[in-house]
Ligand binder design. Structure first.
Ligand SMILES: C[S@@+](CC[C@H](N)C(=O)[O-])C[C@H]1O[C@@H](n2cnc3c(N)ncnc32)[C@H](O)[C@@H]1O
Length: 209
């Protein structure tokens, strides 16, 4: 099953399933951005809007993009704010939905589904104002090495999504190539237990002025 179809199927249960990755990334995003000021935000892979409501509480304008119409439908049920513009688009193509330069571009649990990091870093850098920030929150590659994958249950059995493993150096090298420098890297652990593999990896990056 392709990724778009998988998310269309997952949408009905995405918010109600037990999902530590989803929940811990929500914590990580809020911590990473609590002291970052932004009036405009481009949220890539908004899904069911887990982070959209919070981003719209901080920004005057949020453009929330996803290619799954069913995930977007769930997000629209949650978010009634006029500050949010939802767009259905595949981010592996040209980012024709970018109509302005943003203070912040976010990716939450999306890049594991994207094979070519360079393309999204080029587009994200172009979409940003100089001095603007990129936030990335991903399933930690250490978890991927150990076999963890995005998946959900259906009547027909377990569906595993197509995922790509990006190493920490892949993110950093691709970001730097496109003028994005590292501000902060953080790792989040289940129940704060640092003796286990970290679950979430976050980067806060800044576009050079
Ligand atoms: C694991 S969900 C994360 C949703 C939300 N950001 C969150 O943290 O709960 C990944 C989302 O990325 C979207 N996505 C994956 N590949 C995409 C692509 N090529 N273009 C646009 N959206 C994509 C999926 O439809 C899905 O909604």
């Amino acid at each position: 099953m392709d990724i778009q179809e998988a998310y269309n199927q997952w949408a009905a249960q995405y918010d109600s399933n037990q999902n530590r990755t989803r929940d811990l990334e929500a914590v990580a995003l809020r911590e990473a951005l609590v002291s970052v000021r932004f009036d405009s935000c481009l949220e890539i892979g908004c899904g069911t809007g887990k982070n959209t409501v919070w981003l719209a509480s901080k920004a005057q304008q949020v453009t929330a993009v996803d290619f799954s119409e069913e995930m977007l439908a769930k997000a629209k049920e949650k978010v009634s704010s006029e500050r949010v513009r939802f767009v259905q688009a595949d981010i592996t193509g040209g980012w024709t939905f970018v109509e302005q330069q943003y203070d912040l571009v976010t990716f939450s649990l999306v890049l594991e589904h994207i094979e070519q990091l360079d393309h999204v870093f080029v587009e994200a850098a172009n979409a940003l104002k100089p001095g603007g920030h990129v936030y990335l929150g991903e399933l930690h590659p250490f978890k991927q090495y150990a076999g963890t994958k995005a998946r959900f249950e259906t009547e027909a059995g377990r569906q595993e999504l197509i995922c790509y493993t990006h190493h920490i150096s892949d993110f950093l090298q691709s970001a730097r190539k496109h003028g994005l420098t590292l501000v902060e890297l953080k790792e989040y652990f289940d129940d704060g237990d640092r003796s286990q593999l970290p679950r979430i990896l976050t980067f806060l990056l800044r576009k050079e002025v």
